[in-house]
Design a protein around this ligand. Sequence first.
Ligand code: DAT
Ligand code: MG
Length: 139
Amino acid sequence: MAGNVTFTMIKPDAVKDNHIGGITKMMEEAGFRVVALKKTRLTEERAGQFYEVHKERPFYGDLVKYMSSGPIVAMILEKDNAVLDFRTLIGATNPAQAEEGTIRKIYAKSVEANAVHGSDSDENAQIEGDFFFGADERF
Ligand code: DAT
Ligand code: MG
């Protein structure tokens, strides 16, 4: 059975450009409930840990620098079929390929500065949520 939570971050450019509200509104209007939410900043070390699975990819160094370049907003979101429905809502990794009406189509600037993160599996949604939030921060 598909799990009912996913994890997201609003990435540094979107935070800097004052899109926290616009992006979160799209998430809520799509039926996601905010379970946990914080504005924080990743050190390079923490960003490197978060994206460890990509460490052999050529863009890893730039990704880690970018994700630690300014504050982000981390959230756990709840909805039936959360992981897949959220990937549909955000659109393709590269905004040039993202569907009209998706968060990345509207807010992403480039494949790197693509506005939001979304978990790719139920297992990773748990791991990523646990990376940012304790039990007393989820409601
Ligand atoms: P997604 O964020 O859609 O799950 P991913 O897990 O493949 O995409 O990659 C993680 C992030 O790394 C992605 O959001 C932006 C960056 N990235 C991916 N492919 C890239 C590329 N070809 N060039 C630069 N950055 C890239
Ligand atoms: Mg991914």
